[in-house]
Design a protein around this ligand. Sequence first.
Ligand code: SAH
Length: 241
Amino acid sequence: MPGKVTLVGAGPGDPGLLTVKGRAALEGAEVVVYDRLVGPEILALMPEGAKKIDVGKTASRHPVPQGQINEVLVEEARAGHNVVRLKGGDPFLFGRGGEELEALSAAGVDFEEVPGITSAIAAAAYGGIPVTHRNYSSSLHIVTGRAKAGEPLSIDFDALVRTRGTLVFLMGVAALPEIVGGLLGAGMDGDTPAAMVENGTLPGQRRCDATLDTLETRAREMDIQSPALIVVGEEIGRAHV
Ligand code: SAH
């Protein structure tokens, strides 16, 4: 019998934030293919006898190329296995989950998707930041701080600033100077509250509070590292949650 791939969102790290459906899929897996950002306590839920394939990094510390991951998924499912493809947060938010499902679909492999709780909202929430608030912002914009290989960052900062909504940048630690510079250059007030949440929902979570003008300095002082979110918006520090 042909197998199947279940693409599961593992949530932002706290094992309590894995969905009931995701946990059931994981516990029934014969093969688990997982990423770097899946929390250790969630990895501990993998069945003992399951084949575990880490595609988050290789010996050279580079992630396994996407094409190769797609091939592994297709091969394991064709071999008749019940495969869980485990990804941090929600698989479709900057997780390349869509690309993987396209490959499975093209190969005629049966698949299912189990959404996950995204770090974009949950890591902010655990950091005490509601991403919208009736008094301060009425929209949320989630932006990647990573450019395509060999290309500059392509963010329409003017459009983002005009929304007056909450801005959440993922994968933005390395590009922090460009992000801050882009927002200031597009006319955003340097006093706008800005924060970072590092290792959100995990035991080592830290929050860095600043304004747009001071965010880079504060982040450097605190040595904020990936994974971290950058949140920019009026509700930070005003909404008390
Ligand atoms: N699909 C994931 C995001 C993948 S992009 C999701 O829905 O959450 C990876 C980026 O997500 C990281 O660079 C970081 O910006 C953010 N991220 C993931 N886990 C995080 C965590 N626990 N705390 C803060 N940011 C996190």
